[in-house]
Design a protein around this ligand. Structure first.
Ligand SMILES: [Fe+2]
Length: 181
């Protein structure tokens, strides 16, 4: 799908910009609709997850990749496995992963930039908390011993339940847009 179509659609939708814990802009989240316990958003990823950070999620989700592709690294109980995602990605709440955007220097020659990725993102009901998994190693004599720490995110940190309602109904916004033209 072309970026101009995605821009035209997303320009009419309620948006929330999400930052990483280090303050870097991470994701533009555009609300589409809710159906029973499912919610649908357009996502525009603009940054990779911070290096060395792996996280899980409060819900199970499915992403349909609409433009470009990304690299996903999953932590599968002791080993990291890399996948290239360019069509669909199903992520269970218990899955730990890390997302990296690809870099491209075509836009400004000589300067590497991360290539944004657009997805249609649908998630189910929240059934657990979520947080960050960090790996560290300790030297113990001749051996390196690996440890993991899990830091849960407290419920209020990133949540702003129903934030899109501040914009009014999407269905009302669209006719308003077309009347203006
Ligand atoms: Fe994630």
């Amino acid at each position: 799908m072309s970026e101009s179509i995605l821009r035209r659609v997303s320009d009419r939708l309620p948006v929330r910009v999400i930052e990483r814990t280090d303050g870097v802009t991470y994701l533009e989240r555009y609300y589409l609709f809710s159906f029973w316990r499912w919610r649908a958003f357009l996502h525009r990823f603009v940054s990779s997850d911070p290096e060395g950070e792996t996280h899980d999620h409060p819900w199970t989700s499915v992403s349909f990749i609409l433009l470009d592709k990304y690299k996903e690294t999953r932590w599968l109980g002791g080993e990291y496995v890399e996948y290239e995602r360019k069509w669909i990605n199903i992520v269970k709440g218990e899955t730990f992963h890390h997302v990296d955007l690809y870099e491209n220097d075509a836009r400004i020659p000589g300067i590497q930039q991360e290539v944004p990725v657009w997805t249609l993102f649908i998630h189910g009901r929240r059934f657990k908390g979520w947080g960050f998994l960090k790996q560290f190693r300790v030297s113990s004599g001749p051996d390196n011993v690996g440890f993991y720490t899990y830091t849960p995110v407290s419920r209020g940190t990133f949540s702003d339940v129903g934030w899109w309602k501040r914009y009014g109904s999407c269905l009302r916004m669209i006719p308003r847009y077309w009347r203006r033209r």
